[in-house]
Design a protein around this ligand. Structure first.
Ligand SMILES: [Zn+2]
Length: 171
């Protein structure tokens, strides 16, 4: 059975590798649509609130009104200096790679799976007219690619089987 839930958050970012308008600091209202695979157990039905009670606080604390920033973007060092200089604490969501919508999909997908959900598909809407659909196959493929870039980091052999092992059963 598939269950779909929609969330949203507001965040700032830029793509420092591009030489167009996306290089400027700007913000989006990100729409996040999650399609979960759930196994039904007897008469007990899924409570939509079981998803919300984990996903909503996580998005609010980590992503909402945060600056999504690649740690290799020189701007990151400037923001750290600003924090040191002023004592101000900025909400920053750190990325190992540029904060493109595709990399955001990978990051969100990984964190949702780590929470124990079996995520079939994720759709991230960045603007009124642009949405990326990111499947479990895309995620597994990115994990393999990033693992070869970063050594052993994502190469946990058990993680590929994770979704079938850990289908969330709602009570
Ligand atoms: Zn953008």
């Amino acid at each position: 059975m598939l269950i779909e839930k929609q969330y949203k958050f507001y965040a700032a970012h830029r793509n420092e590798e591009l030489n167009d308008k996306c290089r400027n600091l700007h913000g989006h209202r990100y729409g996040v649509r999650c399609v979960f695979r759930v196994e039904r157990q007897g008469e007990i039905s899924t409570l939509f609130g079981d998803f919300d009670s984990k996903i909503e606080p996580w998005l609010k604390q980590r992503y909402d009104h945060a600056m999504l920033i690649h740690t290799k973007d020189p701007l990151y060092q400037s923001l750290l200096l600003h924090e040191q200089r002023t004592g101000e604490s900025l909400r920053m969501k750190l990325f190992d790679r540029p904060t493109s919508v595709e990399n955001l999909c990978f990051q969100l997908f990984s964190e949702i799976v780590e929470m124990g959900f079996c995520l079939e598909r994720l759709e991230v809407q960045e603007t009124d007219t642009s949405t990326v659909t990111y499947t479990q196959a895309d995620w597994l493929s990115d994990k393999t690619t990033f693992a070869s870039e970063c050594g052993e980091r994502y190469s946990d052999p058990a993680s590929k089987a994770r979704c079938s092992d850990q289908s969330v059963t709602m009570a």
